[in-house]
Design a protein around this ligand. Structure first.
Ligand SMILES: NC(=O)c1ccc[n+]([C@@H]2O[C@H](COP(=O)([O-])OP(=O)(O)OC[C@H]3O[C@@H](n4cnc5c(N)ncnc54)[C@H](OP(=O)(O)O)[C@@H]3O)[C@@H](O)[C@H]2O)c1
Length: 202
């Protein structure tokens, strides 16, 4: 996600629990995409949380702890969760429903000062991170209010091939997050890297 955003001209700080690890990730991307001058900087999560728009991209079990520790930095900020909660159930991946119904609603409860949104849940990391590859997908965006959604849609629109679509408020988070394991199953079945396209809009 960070590489694709940077390749689209967005300045990105890659956060981490360890600034050294973030530096390693940034160095790896700079080496892989040498010559592109990707505007990527490393930082710890606190530094990353100072960005204008913050993307939460941890596994579900780390999401609440991560944002709770940064409540001060995140106050007043747009916080975009791309977190899906899922578990392996026997041979299958299935959604894990938090008591709040979705991760995004739990995040909004943990950092009430932030303007919580959701996006990017269905974009597979492999193709996204291969900057030689074109991506083509719709990105379902939900948030606490219309202005926040519009800002996130504008961010999505910076990436060629992606179209952000307003799918409503935080009440839509459950549906958006919970379909992801079905896409994972689809990808396993067809050896694919599927994303979603919505027809009949625009
Ligand atoms: N992978 C995909 O294709 C994809 C697509 C769409 C959405 N997502 C969602 O995006 C999120 C991240 O996915 P990912 O595949 O990038 O996961 P990941 O590689 O397992 O985790 C991303 C980073 O989160 C940090 N982290 C790991 N465990 C943590 C914890 N307990 N607490 C705080 N930070 C922790 C780690 O960074 P540090 O160790 O450096 O802190 C790790 O590099 C997930 O919620 C996933 O559902 C993934």
């Amino acid at each position: 996600m960070a590489a694709r955003l940077a390749a689209s001209g967005v300045e990105v700080v890659i956060g981490s629990r360890s600034e050294e690890r973030a530096a390693g990730v940034v160095a790896g991307l700079a080496e892989r995409w040498a010559g592109r001058g990707l505007p990527l900087l490393p930082g710890d999560n606190r530094t990353a949380a100072k960005a204008d728009i913050v993307v939460l991209a941890t596994p579900w079990e780390g999401a609440l702890g991560t944002v709770s520790a940064l409540a001060g930095e995140l106050s007043g900020k747009i916080l975009v969760s791309m977190v899906n909660a899922m578990v392996r159930w026997g041979e299958r991946f299935v959604p894990l429903l938090p008591p709040t119904g979705s991760v995004a609603v739990a995040v909004a409860g943990a950092v009430p000062g932030a303007k919580v949104a959701g996006a990017f849940h269905h974009l597979p990391a492999g193709p996204l991170g291969d900057l030689e590859r074109k991506v083509e997908a719709d990105v379902m965006v939900f948030s606490v209010d219309r202005a926040t959604t519009d800002e996130v849609i504008a961010l999505v629109g910076r990436i060629p091939g992606l179209r952000g679509l307003d799918v409503g408020g935080l009440g839509s988070a459950l549906a958006v997050e919970a379909i992801t394991p079905a896409l994972v199953e689809l990808n396993r079945r067809y050896k694919a890297h599927a994303s979603l396209r919505v027809t009949g809009v625009g």
